[in-house]
Design a binder for this molecule. Structure first.
Ligand SMILES: Nc1ncnc2c1ncn2[C@@H]1O[C@H](COP(=O)(O)OP(=O)(O)O)[C@@H](O)[C@H]1O
Ligand SMILES: [Mg+2]
Length: 245
């Protein structure tokens, strides 16, 4: 128990997807007045997921699109509550889950850094001290006072990674962000994640870049249709996943 960072017990997540498209509030209201209920299709994105991560471990999570990887990371980050099962997390978590999540498009890059810092529990003074380092790492000095809506997806990914990885969390969660950056930035991110590893930070890393997962992680889990099909040495996990394709 003592050396654990994360523990999941029989975690399942059910999404409810409306059968007929209901796009507006007005449509909802009309339906309610007519006494018609919206029918939902139930969809289980995770089934009885059970695993533990030791402190300081770098765990890769691999699997096809729609396998449930992001759902799993959201549950661990407490963005999403599991429908069943238990999630136990020790330490501070810096999640970098979706591009632009936690960002405000009308605010400038500078304002978004302070906003994100506040959400992660940092004071204004803390963030002032960190600001320069974040902007330099993200290579956004010339754009930092432009509104975020003018940023490309690569620029947003750089800013997101720079903030999430500047806060020195106990647990760093990275979901696919490397795929939108260019090669040079990917290398820089990997180098920074390696240095986190060396310091003992627990890392959860989702990526389609299997070579990057294998370089960073010792162990990986392969998820398929919401079920953990394999958990073990990263090379074996990658092999099992590739064989399934
Ligand atoms: N908010 C949601 N409502 C309904 N279905 C969802 C929602 N989010 C994800 N899903 C579905 O759950 C499954 C797993 O999604 P996700 O965890 O994003 O997979 P991955 O990250 O592995 O691509 C997919 O089939 C996806 O369409
Ligand atoms: Mg995903």
């Amino acid at each position: 128990m003592d050396n654990l960072a994360i523990r999941l017990r029989d975690v399942s997540v059910r999404y409810r997807v409306p059968m007929e498209p209901v796009s507006t509030l007005k449509e909802h209201a009309i339906r309610l007045l007519q006494g018609r209920r919206t029918n939902y299709r139930e969809f289980w994105a995770l089934h009885d997921v059970d695993f533990e991560i030791v402190r300081g471990e770098a765990l890769g999570i691999i699997g096809r699109n729609g396998a449930g990887k992001s759902t799993l990371l959201k549950v661990i980050s407490r963005i999403l509550r599991p429908t069943a099962g238990q999630v136990w997390v020790r330490g501070t978590v810096a999640p970098l889950i979706e591009l632009g999540a936690g960002f405000h498009p009308e605010l400038t890059g500078r304002e978004n850094i302070f906003l994100n810092g506040a959400m992660l529990g940092f004071s204004q003074a803390d963030m002032e001290a960190r600001f320069k380092g974040v902007v330099e790492f993200a290579e956004l000095l010339d754009f930092i006072d432009a509104p975020l809506r003018t940023y490309s997806s690569g620029m947003m990914a750089r800013l997101g990674f720079a903030i999430a990885s500047d806060v020195d969390p106990d647990i760093l969660i990275i979901d696919e962000v490397l795929s939108v950056g260019d090669e040079a930035f990917q290398q820089k991110c990997l180098a920074r994640m390696q240095s986190f590893r060396a310091r003992g930070t627990t890392i959860l890393f989702v990526s389609h870049a299997l070579d990057a997962v294998q370089r960073l992680c010792d162990r990986a889990i392969w998820i398929d249709q919401g079920v953990v099909r394999y958990s073990g040495p990263v090379h074996d996990a990658a092999e099992a996943y590739l064989r399934s394709l």
